[in-house]
Design a protein around this ligand. Structure first.
Ligand SMILES: Nc1ncnc2c1ncn2[C@@H]1O[C@H](COP(=O)(O)OP(=O)(O)O)[C@@H](O)[C@H]1O
Ligand SMILES: [Mg+2]
Length: 249
């Protein structure tokens, strides 16, 4: 299953993506590929994985000495090889970080290679979890746009909920092949305000679960402990488990 997490910045995408990965690991749904598709990435931190390099950095290297590179297939396999080197292998899952290219120049050609590479890479795994940036374009650009489930994350704010609707509309406009789109409202203390629930209903969003504000998440973040280490009894872990049980039905 290929699952991506999207939504407005700071709503909890990376945290939720980590909890999704945690669930899959616990269920022994292996092997898993984790993709950090956010240029301001910190999926690695949340998973407790040290990331040395990113796809963006590899591309920069190639674009810098473009002239001296061989042509065609050789160049392509060279890039493939370089990309395979930045894959971090962990127990039960691998992580690849997209990062961002720094240099100027046209990225069209390398982007095609990246798309092919990520697609090829993803096909080796039983499950893929993608931590996205707030936009949606990269899904079509980098990962072929096909997903089993897209989890849209919002905080309990009108702005967050409406951003999720915009993302859903964008998916439809781009004609992406996404089987199911769900909404998760994250960091909720007690209950979401009634106005929020009315807006969710009005916009016809498919609410999967409400994830509580979890002091253990706050504590782990402060102490730099990976989200994979959260206790099974943590409120957010319990709710993500309930949510994913419905997704994996
Ligand atoms: N359910 C939650 N309870 C408490 N804190 C949370 C929860 N979800 C996320 N956070 C915190 O909110 C902040 C933003 O979360 P993050 O996952 O980095 O968001 P995003 O990836 O969308 O930018 C982080 O400090 C994170 O620890
Ligand atoms: Mg993030």
């Amino acid at each position: 299953m290929k699952i991506a997490v999207s939504g407005k910045g700071g709503t909890g995408k990376t945290t939720i993506a980590s909890l999704v990965l945690r669930y899959l690991l616990l269920k022994n749904f292996k092997p898993i590929l984790a993709v950090d598709a956010d240029p301001n990435s910190n999926f690695g931190d949340a998973l407790g994985v040290k990331v040395e390099s990113t796809v963006g950095k590899v591309l920069d290297g190639f674009l810098k000495d473009k002239e001296s590179l061989p042509m065609g297939v050789v160049k392509e396999s060279l890039i493939d090889y370089k990309l395979s080197e930045i894959l971090v292998e962990e127990k039960g899952f691998d992580l690849i970080s997209m990062g961002q290219g720094e240099g100027p120049g046209c990225y069209c050609y390398p982007n095609t290679i990246i798309r092919n590479y990520i697609e090829k890479l993803a096909s080796n795994y039983k499950h893929v979890v993608i931590d996205n940036e707030a936009g949606m374009e990269h899904i079509s650009r980098r990962t072929n746009g096909s997903l089993d489930a897209l989890l849209l994350v919002s905080d309990p704010s009108m702005k967050g909920i409406r951003t999720c609707k915009k993302l859903e509309n964008l998916v439809n406009e781009l004609g992406l092949n996404i089987k199911k789109i769900f909404l998760l409202i994250n960091r909720v203390t007690h209950e979401p305000p009634p106005q929020i629930m009315e807006e969710v209903k009005r916009l016809n969003l498919n609410l999967l679960e409400i994830i509580p504000e979890d002091e253990n998440v706050v504590d782990h973040e402060l102490k730099g402990i990976p989200m994979l280490n959260l206790e099974e009894s943590s409120p957010s872990v319990i709710k993500i488990r309930e949510a994913l049980t419905k997704v994996f039905l």
